[in-house]
Structures are given as structure tokens and as C-alpha cells.
Design a protein around this ligand. Structure first.
Ligand code: PLP
Length: 385
């Protein structure tokens, strides 16, 4: 039996002290790694603020007092908070079971709201969405395409190549304080001001360094530090709404230090993804499956999402968390979606997908512990069904 200290498995990536120290004297990241030729980059306080500020600029450019945004109904409510402050109507388009926009229903949405100013396409869990289809749709209706790459480590293939704006949230995949990256063509004017105007550190950055360094140290010493509280399966965790802040320079310096390590992190994430995938596929029963049929060559997965039968999902969720394996649900659906019978697939996805961490701060031991117990927990849940 592979063992691991309960609650010592980190939910998120953790920094190395040597990276923290060397970043103090490092240059700031220019963000160019996230650009294709002919593109420029801005930093924002996370993707949600990046999306909101870019849309604000577009409406100004188009001389419109009110805009229409098409976005998927399978989306995080918290990520919409900054956008809700803009004079826009949010038109949620349904997604299909395989997380693509349901193109057959776009006509209905246009009848109801008119043509969108912006169409948001999400690359869920780091896997590319239907970019070509989305580009064609935008050309037909005169909308700008915004690619939401909040779960993408860095651009690859067609991701971020030709759309109006692409946003990234490197802090979700790397051990850095909260920043977002907004990429657009050199010809576009989306921000007037630079958002990194703050000092070297700010209070949030200092808190982040203190907390993550402690977690890193405790994890290294195999000391349990997570409190073991498990959120109720059906409840969405309410996170506090953060005001739009300027970015201090330290996160950009730390990002610069980590840039040379991105390909290595991608290799580890892919390796861990495949270890979990193998265990799930061993269960020759249709009760648990990876959400994605395969892992394309260039994808760097954010999490391992798995689809689970309604008869076992809650049991598996609680059992894993009780063992210290941080299985999570995603997302906290917007209230309009929760209340609307029309968006039944988004609700079904919320109730049938669990995610498992596969990030680079996990050790081989952690991932083997997760994989082994995941397999056993699913079989046990099946027996108790
Ligand atoms: C798909 C997606 N887009 C955007 C966001 C917002 O990202 P950020 O936390 O960088 O503002 C999230 C956040 O969870 C997300 O899951």
C-alpha cells in the first residue's frame, strides 16, 4: 500500500526558496513568451479583470453604451464579477457534453440578444476549444473573439494566434502571486495605462510569500498542514471579490525566473495526467472516465478532469478528500444558470465532473498515492452503490 501523510498533498503549486530569492534581483517578465509574432502583452490582476478591461476598451472603440457578450454557460461565477461591472448583457451559450459551444443554439441567442460584440471561447483545463469554428462564427456575426486561456500554461498550436484578445492566468499553474496576461495584436489599443505600477511588493504579495513558503516547508518535511475540512459536494465555494489592483514587480520577476522551467513543468503535468488516466481506464466500467478522450501532444493539462456516474460521484469525492486527496468540483455556476432549466448540460457537467491535481509541485510519491487510491475508492464506491 502506497502511503502519504494525510493532508500534506498540496492543492496548488508551491514555490522553491531559491526561486523566491533569485527573483528579487531578476528582470521583470516581458510576457513575450505568451505572444505570437505581431502581438503585444499587458498584465492584469488575473484573467477576469483582463477580460473586463479589454471589453470596456472595445465598447469605447465601437462607441457603444451597451454591449452583448456571448460566453459559455459552463463558467465560473466568480470570474464574471468584474465583467458584471461593465454595461454589458451577458448571453450564456450552452455547451455540449464534450465542453464545446453548442453551435446549433447560437441562432436562438442572436434572435434573443442580437449579434454579440464579443464571443468568449474557453480552453477548459488546458485543452483547446473549437477555435476555427469560433473564428468563423465571429466573422459571420461581426464579433471579436476572446480566448479564455485561464487554464492554459502557455500558447500552443492555434491557441491565441489570431483572436482579438487571449487571456492567461499563469498564477493558476505556477507558484506566483495573482497576475493575468492579456495578449492582443500590436494594432489594437486595449489598455491606455500599464497595470504594473505598484512597488516591488504589496501587502498581498507579502502575505502570499509568507503563506506559500510555510506550506512549501511543511510539505517538504511531510508535515500535514491542510485542515481536512471538506466543502459540501453540491455547495460552491464563495471566494471573496477582489478589487482591480495594480501589479507589483515581484510577481513579474518571479515569472521571469520560472519562464525557463515551463517546458519541464509541462512534461511533469503530462506524465502525472497519464498516470491518473491509466488508473481510470483500468476500471472497465462506464462509471468513471477521463473528460477528454486523449491528451494531444502539445497540451499542458491544468487538472485531471474525470466524469463520474451520479450514483458514486459524491461517495468518491468525500472518500478522496478524507484521505487527503484534494478532489474538487468546478465551477461555481452563475446564479442565472443554476436557475434556468435551459442550461441543463452545464448543471449536469457541474454535478458529474471531479478534478484531481496533477501539478509539478506534487512528488512522484504523491501522484502514485493519488492514482492508487483513486482506483480503489471508485471500486469501493461501486460495491456500495
Ligand atoms: C475559465 C476561467 N476563466 C477565467 C477565470 C478567472 O481567472 P482569474 O482568477 O485569473 O481572474 C477563471 C477562474 O477561475 C476560470 O476558471
Amino acid at each position: 500500500m502506497i502511503t502519504s501523510n494525510r493532508f500534506s498533498i498540496p492543492v496548488t503549486t508551491l514555490p522553491h526558496v531559491r526561486h523566491l530569492l533569485s527573483s528579487v534581483l531578476a528582470q521583470r517578465s516581458s510576457g513575450k513568451l505568451w505572444c505570437h509574432p505581431g502581438q503585444k502583452v499587458f498584465f492584469s490582476y488575473g484573467s477576469a479583470w483582463g477580460i473586463s478591461e479589454a471589453i470596456k476598451a472595445l465598447l469605447k472603440f465601437r462607441g457603444k453604451a451597451q454591449g452583448v457578450i456571448f460566453l459559455p454557460d459552463y463558467f465560473c461565477n466568480q470570474a464574471l464579477m468584474p465583467l458584471r461591472l461593465q454595461p454589458v448583457q451577458l448571453a450564456f451559450y450552452p455547451v455540449t457534453e464534450n465542453l464545446n459551444p453548442d453551435w446549433s443554439l447560437m441562432g436562438n441567442l442572436i434572435t434573443q440578444y442580437g449579434s454579440p460584440d464579443v464571443f468568449i471561447l474557453v480552453h477548459y483545463f488546458g485543452f483547446p476549444g473549437e477555435i476555427t469554428r469560433a473564428t468563423q462564427f465571429c466573422q459571420q456575426v461581426g464579433a471579436e473573439l476572446l480566448e479564455d486561456g485561464a487554464h492554459v500554461l502557455m500558447p500552443f498550436g492555434e491557441v491565441g494566434k489570431n483572436s482579438w484578445v487571449t487571456v492567461f492566468s499563469p498564477y493558476k499553474l505556477l507558484p506566483i502571486p495573482k497576475i493575468g496576461i492579456v495578449v492582443t495584436s500590436e494594432k489594437n489599443e486595449i489598455y491606455k495605462e500599464k497595470y504594473w505600477g505598484g512597488g516591488k511588493f504589496d501587502i498581498d504579495v507579502c502575505k502570499w510569500i509568507g503563506k506559500r513558503s510555510l506550506q512549501s516547508f511543511l510539505t517538504y518535511c511531510k508535515i500535514s498542514w491542510r485542515n481536512g475540512k471538506v466543502a459540501q459536494f453540491e455547495l460552491d465555494i464563495e471566494t471573496e471579490f477582489n478589487e482591480n489592483l495594480t501589479i507589483s514587480t515581484f510577481p513579474l520577476q518571479l515569472l521571469k525566473i520560472l519562464e525557463s522551467k515551463l517546458s519541464g513543468y509541462k512534461i511533469i503535468r503530462r506524465e502525472y495526467y497519464k498516470i491518473i488516466e491509466e488508473q481510470i481506464l483500468l476500471i472497465k466500467n462506464d462509471v468513471a472516465n477521463p473528460v477528454f478522450l486523449s491528451l494531444p501532444d502539445d497540451v499542458c493539462p491544468y487538472l485531471f478532469p474525470m466524469r463520474m456516474h451520479s450514483s458514486i460521484i459524491e461517495n468518491v469525492y468525500y472518500s478522496l478528500n478524507r484521505m487527503g486527496i484534494p478532489a474538487q468540483t468546478w465551477p461555481d455556476l452563475p446564479p442565472e444558470i443554476k436557475e434556468n432549466p435551459y442550461n441543463k448540460i452545464a448543471k449536469k457537467l457541474r454535478g458529474s465532473i471531479l478534478t484531481i491535481p496533477i501539478h509539478q509541485s506534487l512528488t512522484k510519491n504523491h501522484i502514485e498515492y493519488i492514482a492508487h487510491n483513486l482506483h480503489d475508492v471508485i471500486l469501493e464506491a461501486l460495491r456500495n452503490k
